[in-house]
Write a new protein. Structure first.
Length: 159
């Protein structure tokens, strides 16, 4: 079954026929984690790097921010039976506006930097990524296989 992960949203599954999918990854990041032994996966769609810009919003919806959403993604997958040492972590998104000079805030770049710092601090390796550029992406995680498919500009690729 296709399960849509909205903006500032997270879903996890252990059902083999589920596909977690998120759309419109511009400067946002899609973060997929998967345990191939337990066959548990999760997909998170975050918007901004740091919750400190709006603690009230972070309390209301931690999935809006990298620094609050990513820990929740991992915790929920661990609760479902995933193990840290087996996790595959794949990321897509982090695009910038068409003209670099117009991308003053560099949200996509900052999102990816924050994610890498967070993973590094927790001893977690990034398996693969498709970030940057100026294209919006769709990202899907197949729970039965662990395959992550990223589609941009009509072209699909497996991460």
């Amino acid at each position: 079954m296709k399960i849509i992960v909205g903006v500032a949203d997270m879903k996890i599954s252990d059902r083999e026929d589920d596909v977690l999918i998120t759309y419109a990854l511009g400067s946002c990041l899609g973060i997929a984690i998967y345990d191939p032994v337990a066959r548990i996966g999760g997909l998170l769609h975050v918007m901004l790097p740091l919750s400190t810009i709006d603690p009230a919003k972070a309390a209301e919806n931690p999935f809006m921010f990298v620094d609050t959403g990513v820990p929740r993604l991992f915790i929920e997958c661990y609760k479902a039976g995933a193990r840290k040492e087996r996790l595959q972590v794949k990321v897509a998104g982090g695009a910038h506006s068409k003209t670099e000079g117009e991308d003053y805030f560099q949200i996509g770049r900052r999102n990816f930097i924050m994610l890498r710092k967070l993973l590094w601090k927790n001893g977690i390796l990034l398996s693969s990524h498709d970030v940057g550029g100026n294209l919006s992406r769709t990202m899907a995680l197949e729970i039965g296989t662990g395959r992550v498919i990223v589609k941009a500009n009509g072209i699909s690729k497996i991460l």
